[in-house]
Design a protein around this ligand. Structure first.
Ligand SMILES: Cc1cc2nc3c(=O)[nH]c(=O)nc-3n(C[C@H](O)[C@H](O)[C@H](O)COP(=O)(O)OP(=O)(O)OC[C@H]3O[C@@H](n4cnc5c(N)ncnc54)[C@H](O)[C@@H]3O)c2cc1C
Length: 401
């Protein structure tokens, strides 16, 4: 699957940060992690911390899947509003899912601090505003649901949004105290390199091809002809997990992003704010730590990569126009535009857990706009499973729910 267009901003900005060899010899481990994106890196960090002998493979270069294209907004807010999620899956599950994403933001910040990351982790407020009059009443309902669940939220009127943030076309909004952003490409590289020093073995350009289930271990064959004996396998294979699992569990679509030239005035004004709205297709915005402004959205309901990439110029122009409509006193000058595959699930929640067709194996598929925070939440879940324990989120994130 072609997960992204050729030049996502982060890849150009950071270049090839670290190189790893392909696997050319047989190996054995406690845990085989398949996938070297942000999910694989977080899970490897957990497993290494828990004292497991851990080996990670990726069929591409490390961090060359969706984690190179992501816009890396870290939110407690899930694609499905809390009041709606409560209706769909019940109050306990909905609040637990929102809280898990909230806690993940703090946890990611702690990891970034611990590994002395230079990936620009920054906590921010988050403004979710109504771009259409018809969204005002449900946004109010959403505000009340979040307030009731104990989240730090404020209700902002049109005038307050305009005066504070010079945003035009916003009817009302929810300002949340909890949010952050990062450069996930850089962070993933850093986290993997940190764990290599603690014993993690990494091999890229090495695809998992076949698995035989033996008693007490899985025997994996790779595209490089190596055999790996692994007690457990954790699949962190992103959207390509759809190639492994027979039933449909995620809708794949295309999404687009642009990043501006360096503009310090805009950067300082919006440095500590994430912005997203209720438009269809929705828009979201953040600054980068090198003084740029980033806008994403304009999703299309197909995943054909050639069609997706051919739309980049037109989508870039649309995103630019949206900026100029919202911030009428300034212009957006784009420097980079890119596209990627994105996945949404029926309830906005990830698929994290066992699958009946895969023995001694687990999946961590942090889909949707909270892909990254879900992957952080999975760290604790994996740690429990490796000790034969269950986790409270198992039930809400499982396959076949
Ligand atoms: C444009 C865009 C914007 C986004 N914005 C946000 C955002 O603001 N916030 C957010 O939280 N999320 C966002 N997401 C989603 C987020 O990017 C993903 O949830 C996250 O990057 C997934 O990470 P991953 O490690 O699971 O997958 P990936 O980064 O895709 O890594 C999976 C890896 O598995 C490897 N692999 C697959 N199959 C095999 C195999 N058989 N053998 C070996 N290796 C294999 C692949 O090569 C790949 O490198 C966005 C996504 C896109 C595209």
């Amino acid at each position: 699957m072609d997960l992204k267009s050729n030049e996502p901003f982060w890849l150009v900005k950071n270049g090839l940060l670290n190189n790893y060899p392909s696997l050319r010899h047989d190996a054995s481990c406690d845990v085989l992690i398949v996938g070297g994106g942000i999910t694989g890196a977080l899970i490897a960090h957990q497993c290494i911390g828990d004292g497991k002998k851990c080996l990670l493979i990726d069929k591409r270069e490390i961090v060359n899947g969706s984690s190179a294209a992501t816009t890396s907004i870290l939110q407690y807010e899930i694609d499905v509003p809390l009041y709606r999620l409560k209706e769909l899956i019940g109050e306990e599950a909905a609040i637990a899912s929102y809280r898990a994403c909230g806690e993940a933001i703090g946890k990611l910040g702690e990891i970034a601090k611990k590994i002395r990351s230079k990936a620009g982790f920054r906590t921010k407020k988050s403004l979710y505003y109504s771009a259409r009059k018809k969204d005002v009443s449900w946004l109010k309902q959403e505000f009340e649901a979040r307030q009731e669940a104990g989240f730090d939220v404020k209700w902002l009127t049109e005038q307050e949004i305009s005066e504070r943030y010079a945003i035009h076309g916003a009817y009302v909004g929810i300002l949340s105290g909890l949010g952050a952003s990062i450069d996930a490409f850089c962070f993933t590289h850093e986290l993997l390199a940190y764990n290599v020093k603690k014993g993690l073995l990494i091999f890229d350009k090495t695809a998992l091809e076949t698995v035989l289930y033996r008693s007490g271990y899985n025997l994996v064959t790779t595209s490089t002809g190596a055999k790996i004996k692994a007690k457990k396998i954790i699949y962190c294979t992103g959207y390509e997990t759809t190639n492994l699992i027979p039933e449909k569990f995620v809708d794949l679509l295309s999404t687009f992003a642009i990043v501006s030239e360096v503009d310090k005035e805009v950067y300082y004004r919006y440095r500590d704010l994430l912005i997203w709205n209720t438009a269809e297709p929705y828009l979201y915005m953040r600054t980068t730590d090198d003084y740029r402004f980033l806008i994403g959205g304009e999703d299309e309901e197909f995943k054909d990569a050639i069609k997706r990439d051919s739309l980049i110029p037109a989508k870039s122009l649309k995103l630019e126009k949206s900026f100029n409509k919202i911030f009428t006193d300034r212009a957006f000058h784009p420097d980079f535009a890119w596209a990627g595959t994105f996945g949404t699930t029926k309830d906005g929640l990830p698929y994290i857990g066992k699958h009946k067709k895969f023995k001694s194996s687990y999946f961590v598929c942090g889909f949707g706009g909270n892909g990254i925070t879900f992957s952080v939440a999975a760290m604790d879940m994996v740690s429990c499973w490796m000790n034969n324990l269950s986790h409270p989120l198992d039930e809400w994130f499982r396959f076949g729910r």
